[in-house]
Design a protein around this ligand. Structure first.
Ligand SMILES: Nc1ncnc2c1ncn2[C@@H]1O[C@H](COP(=O)(O)OP(=O)(O)O)[C@@H](O)[C@H]1O
Ligand SMILES: [Mg+2]
Length: 223
């Protein structure tokens, strides 16, 4: 049987890369599949906590809760407990804080690292890769981890350069699925929804990007 990661975290100390967008879409995607999901927002800006609160107002039947937990000690203690209570815990990681990111990595089963494709940003995601390698020395092969490219403008992606800049570590692979730059992702929070709740072709196409990403992520987790 396939294993399901009970705690999935979106981490990268770089801001504005798509952690909150990825986390809320993961939470919404799996909640719509009937899983009991909690999103834990560990970022001081609290954007995903807010976003999920508004989602719940838009869709009262959704089995989706949210909590704001920013203290590293609290994260370490509570993530484990939440994983017993919920089918899935999705963690939205903070910008800047290595300490908070490390507490999340100490508990999550799968770490997904959104990264924009510019060489500068790819190199700066070396910080989170380093933390993952350190935590793995303590936890064995956990957390499983993968990098994905986000906000990619059509036709500009240079996968080979991205692989080179990231160091191409098979233990932290670069995912095949690419999340392209789409206006619907920017519009979703203002409409108290995600692309899963929006009508129209652009939203359906955007939803397929995240569906493909989560399918690939589960494959990597089980691989
Ligand atoms: N695929 C995408 N296409 C277009 N805009 C995006 C996409 N993903 C995220 N964004 C936008 O980029 C900004 C940063 O995303 P966010 O998820 O808040 O990043 P982080 O949580 O890493 O700081 C937000 O304004 C968000 O709406
Ligand atoms: Mg964020």
């Amino acid at each position: 049987m396939e294993n399901f990661p009970g705690i999935i975290a979106f981490v990268n100390q770089k801001g504005g890369v798509g952690k909150s967008t990825g986390a809320v879409h993961a939470a919404d995607c799996f909640a719509r599949q009937g899983k009991k999901v909690v999103l834990v927002d560990a970022d001081a800006q609290q954007s995903s906590f807010q976003w999920v609160a508004e989602l719940n107002e838009s869709y009262p039947d959704l089995k989706l809760s949210s909590q704001a937990i920013m203290n590293p000690e609290d994260l370490f203690d509570k993530l484990q407990k939440l994983a017993e209570e919920y089918d899935l815990v999705v963690v939205d990681g903070p910008a800047k804080s290595n300490e908070i990111t490390k507490a999340i990595l100490a508990r999550c089963h799968l770490a997904l690292i959104p990264c924009r494709e510019s060489i500068v940003e790819l190199r700066s995601s070396g910080d989170v890769l380093r933390l993952i390698r350190q935590v793995r020395e303590l936890r064995g092969d956990l957390p499983k981890a993968a990098i994905f490219l986000t906000q990619v403008k059509n036709g500009t992606v240079l996968l080979r350069e991205a692989r080179e800049a990231l160091g191409d570590d098979p233990a932290i692979p670069l995912m095949e699925t690419i999340i392209y730059d789409r206006q619907v992702f920017k519009d979703a929070p203002g409409q108290a929804t995600t692309v899963y709740g929006m009508a129209g072709r652009p939203a359906k196409d955007a939803a397929q990007l995240y569906d493909a990403l989560f399918t690939e992520a589960l494959k990597i987790f089980n691989g």
